[in-house]
Design a protein around this ligand. Structure first.
Ligand SMILES: [Zn+2]
Length: 145
């Protein structure tokens, strides 16, 4: 099971959707989120931060290490938390969940008219989208390649 959590960035411009695999980490493991705008003022610290494109997640590594007893012997780093899905974006990038719903709305209309074409289109949409996100440089879009 995974829990979803929405969190506003420090400057309050954007909201990111986060996902916590197996509920091992509590939401408190995230200190702050920085969107590209507020991340510009942050001095990056690889000890407790993860950068994905121009976004930054700042983790509370004390919380992470404290909860890590459930993860046998793994070295707990921001990369580990993100890449293993224990605290990562919901979807590929921070606002993926919101954007994909909007993008899919158009396709859903097609589903009512022509279900077969809809299936082709949604498949194509998924592939094109992943390519675009990989090109944009999102960490999770690259992970599967
Ligand atoms: Zn911001």
């Amino acid at each position: 099971m995974c829990i979803d959590h929405k969190m506003m960035c420090k400057c309050g411009t954007l909201t990111a959707s986060l996902n916590f695999r197996d509920e091992i980490m509590p939401v408190e493991v995230v200190n702050r989120i920085f969107c590209p705008q507020c991340a510009a003022d942050v001095s990056f610290n690889a000890e407790n931060m993860l950068r994905d494109n121009d976004w930054i997640i700042e983790y509370d590594m004390d919380v992470a290490r404290f909860m890590a007893h459930k993860l046998s012997g793994a070295e707990i780093t921001p990369e580990y938390l993100f890449d293993q899905g224990y605290c990562t974006w919901r979807g590929v990038y921070p606002t993926d969940h919101i954007d994909s719903v909007k993008e899919r709305e158009e396709l859903v209309k097609l589903a009512k008219i022509n279900p077969r074409k809809y299936l082709d289109e949604i498949k194509k949409w998924g592939i094109d989208r992943m390519e675009r996100l990989a090109q944009e440089g999102w960490r999770k879009a690259h992970a599967g390649q």
